[in-house]
Design a protein. Sequence first.
Length: 375
Amino acid sequence: MVCPVPDFDVRVSHDSGAAAALWARLPVDHPYQRLDWASDWLATEGTDSACIVSVVDRRNHRPWLLLPLVRHRVAGLRTLSWVGGHLTDYPVPLVGPDCPESVLSDGFPTIWKAIRRALPTADLLLAPRQLPTVAGRPNPLVQLRHTMSAVSAHHAHPGPDWEAFYRSHCSGRTRRRHNQKLRQMARVGPVRFSVVTHPTQARAVLPTFFDMKARGYQRLGVANPLASPAARAFLERQVVDPGRPGHLSILTVGDQIWAAHVGWVHDGTLYMQFPTYRLGALSSASPGAALIRHLLRHAVETGLHTVDFTIGDDPHKNRWCDDHVPLVDVVEPLSMRGLAVTSGTRAWTRVKRHLKQCPTTYDALRTVRSTLAGG
């Protein structure tokens, strides 16, 4: 039996500014839910693709849900996906504090039917990497057609004492090896970790970051989500503009950058999304791993309570993280064409998840993929 829900309205806006008043009344769990995240993305990608859906209480006009979507064509299919594209690691809806429990549970089918009627013509809703909860409440989108994602989310909670956290996660032998590698780098020149906050310096560093990250994706044999001018302009704006959550850091040896990271700081959490490093004479000293340790220490020293390593199941995340959250990929058909491809999409996700859970097979496939890509 479907739970009754109070009277509501569904609105669709075609730019973030029109939804700003509602947006401001909703709790923002992640940087990917911020209004400036959406507005910056639309400013670089084009506002004509926006399709921002809000569900509002008809009696008092208080927002219950907000879905910041964009329209795209993918392989001939008309799709609705999350603003921010592949840069949005957690494409989850915003859930208001006044949203009734019934809307998030058995009443959601009623809400979804109304949303579908309001949506523009499309074949698929693509909402991968859904977290089970949003703002401490159930994520209603996981009630749509989904399969377990091939990746998980990973969080570290280092606490107020860096040395205690470091010792609890790394044996004495491992710490000695870290120090040996730092000394190896120090023989080339002074090793410095720095957070880049000045806009002019950030603009000077970002081309090096983009180059290292492109080479890293090539080594993995995967598509580079930062390849397009729009994606790079978006990232630069997030890092350079005051008030944005972008966080740029570098590890230099002598006068050369050997590792860099772009992530986000929001509500006491550092989101470690784009770490990268340079290959060369110091590769054996693991400058990328050193940068991650410095970022963890920086989080402790600046009073952040969580480091979110976001998506992906890289081995280093198991060392530092004490919280691993399974995600689900929502692929909801919105037409008969969409229904025809949904089963294949979900089957491929299950295959990827199975391969990633078998390290030997997955490492072999990564090697083949990297070789084919010229990495």
